[in-house]
Design a protein around this ligand. Sequence first.
Ligand SMILES: C[S@@+](CC[C@H](N)C(=O)[O-])C[C@H]1O[C@@H](n2cnc3c(N)ncnc32)[C@H](O)[C@@H]1O
Length: 270
Amino acid sequence: MWDSVADSWAMHALFVDNRHRPASARMLQRVDPRPGDRVLELASGPGGLGLEAATLVVPDGEVVLSDVAPQMVAVEEARARSMRRDNVRAMVLDLEEIAQPDGSFEVVLCRDGLQFALDPHRAAAEIARVLHPGGRVAVAVWGPRHLNPWLGVLFDVLTAQLGMPVPPPGVPGPFSLGDGDRLDGVLRSAGLEAVRVVEQPLPLHVSSFDEWWAMTSALAGPLASVLSSLPDDVQHGLRAAAYEAVGPYMSMNGIDLPGVALIADGRKPR
Ligand SMILES: C[S@@+](CC[C@H](N)C(=O)[O-])C[C@H]1O[C@@H](n2cnc3c(N)ncnc32)[C@H](O)[C@@H]1O
């Protein structure tokens, strides 16, 4: 699913990184990567956050970008090369089964990825395992769906038009860790300490409906192939319903859709 949208993520990488800038800054401030640290970014996609961390761990620190989708790893590898980040490596890793030795990283980062784990408790246990004692982790996930109309309206429209819940029951979607208490519990259950969860507004500004539709549907990994396989008349109906749904957020300046992430951080006990 994610392999098929890797090209779209490569194309929109700068836009995504700019939008997430306040979350990334907060995450990096919480984990405070230092020269010499080894940093692991999980579910990196195009790797914007890890590439930023790489500038903080020079001269002898290293960043490992990783993703479960090989095409995403190819994108992050190419991006690291083009930015001449010589202390960055990229590899295929599943965040629920991190094929790395115990205690091998001082910092773990995961932006917009942990919520896709089938078993987030297992993912958190894996994060704790690969952290060095005293190591730091920061995670960003989307908050509740009702605070995230930038994507929630698309899901609502799809649910109404297709007559079935999107995402389907039991499938971990973007909002599956949107409850702060649950996210806190997931990290604590892995034995992490000093866990904090805060809300981070991440609004989305686009210049037009077409821009929002094209970008959102191209990046929505699990949804992109469903959307593009629908007959033309159904797609037309979806676009019309979506246009109406984003109406309240339109102005002369384009469309401003609210979004809220949750940022959690914690530490492995020494
Ligand atoms: C919404 S994208 C976010 C990409 C990037 N972290 C960012 O913020 O720009 C989610 C990413 O999670 C990856 N992913 C999903 N499930 C994963 C898993 N089990 N292990 C590792 N990566 C996963 C996808 O391949 C995709 O690249």
